[in-house]
Structure formats: structure tokens, C-alpha cells
Write a protein that binds this ligand. Structure first.
Ligand code: SF4
Length: 181
């Protein structure tokens, strides 16, 4: 069973290789918030990492953003709102689609930078380039590979096998930090 650090290292290495292969065809950069608006499910393992990051660089302003995001997500939450645990994946997808305007509580709304970039969830790390994870092609960001046809993108795709890690329930980034509430 691999550790979270090993999983992140393997994912980051694959993304780095995909970035190298794509070169200028990859538009991902700090300040682009395309994948940071709208909620999406992450793992409890991701939350543990985000908590480490918050302990290192978080502040009251960021804590308030977590609180605000949770309040927005209270109505119709697809699981147990108190714990943040998702119980129905189909309902979670619909819930995400119903909140396309809600920014991630970690996103710096002025600069567009991720406030906990080094500790960000695996889903955030994977978004953007053309990757094949455990045999499944991920949909790349539509802002990347502009003007290329499918075959060209396939030529740049990077395959990676992820190690087995401890099972982790699904939840949302907004539950990573709870300062007494
Ligand atoms: S954790 Fe960072 S990279 Fe992920 S959605 Fe939030 S701001 Fe974006």
C-alpha cells in the first residue's frame, strides 16, 4: 500500500512529463482559474493534505472563505453536511452542476492563484494536460492543445499507473478547515 506522498509524487511526475511534451500547447498557469470555480468531490486524503497546508500558510481570511463555502453548500448537500461526507455520487454530480459559479475557498480571488498550491487535491493536479490514468483517458482542459487534432493530442498523452492507496471517502474542499465551527 503506497503512502499519500508516494501517490502525489507519481501524479506530479506524470503531469510534469505531460507538461514537458505539450510545451506551448499547454495554457495552464497561475492566474488561470478555469478549474477552480465550481465544487467537485475530493478525498479525505486530499483534505488531510490541505489541512497541513492551512496550518503552514493559512490565515483567518482563508478560514472565513471555508466557512462561507460550506454555508452556500448547505442546501441540497448530497451527503452529510455536518461531516461533509458524500453519500450519493450521482447526486454529487448534479449538486456540482448546480453551483458552477462557486469559487474554491482556497482560490485567491484577486490574483487567481491557488492559496494551498503545494497541498492541492490530486484532482487539481490532474486537471489540464492529456493523461491516461490507470487505463482511463482523462478529458483535458479545453484551453489546452488549441488547434490540435485528436491524433496530435494522443501523441502527447502520458500514461500513468497509480499505486494502491488506502481507501478514502469522498467529500469537498470546503470541509478541509473548520475552525471551531
Ligand atoms: S485547491 Fe487550488 S487548484 Fe484546487 S480548485 Fe482550489 S484553488 Fe484551484
Amino acid at each position: 500500500m503506497a503512502s499519500d506522498a508516494e501517490l502525489v509524487q507519481i501524479v506530479d511526475a506524470a503531469v510534469a512529463e505531460a507538461t514537458r511534451r505539450a510545451g506551448a500547447a499547454l495554457a495552464c498557469k497561475s492566474g488561470c482559474t478555469h478549474c477552480c470555480i465550481g465544487p467537485f468531490a475530493v478525498t479525505e486524503r486530499d483534505l488531510a493534505r490541505l489541512r497541513e497546508g492551512f496550518a503552514a500558510v493559512g490565515d483567518e481570511r482563508m478560514a472565513a472563505r471555508f466557512r462561507e463555502a460550506r454555508e452556500v453548500m448547505r442546501e441540497g448537500f448530497p451527503g452529510d453536511w455536518e461531516s461533509g461526507g458524500v453519500t450519493d455520487l450521482g447526486a454529487a454530480d448534479l449538486f456540482d452542476l448546480a453551483h458552477p459559479w462557486l469559487p474554491c475557498p482556497v482560490l485567491d480571488l484577486e490574483t487567481g492563484a491557488c492559496g494551498l498550491h503545494a497541498w492541492r487535491p490530486v484532482a487539481c493536479r490532474l486537471h489540464g494536460p492529456a493523461l491516461r490514468i490507470d487505463g482511463v483517458d482523462l478529458r483535458h482542459c479545453r484551453l489546452n492543445y488549441v488547434g490540435m487534432d485528436g491524433a496530435e493530442v494522443e501523441g502527447l498523452r502520458v500514461s500513468v499507473e497509480t499505486p494502491e492507496v488506502e481507501e478514502s471517502t469522498l467529500t469537498y474542499i470546503a470541509w478541509a478547515v473548520r475552525n471551531g465551527d
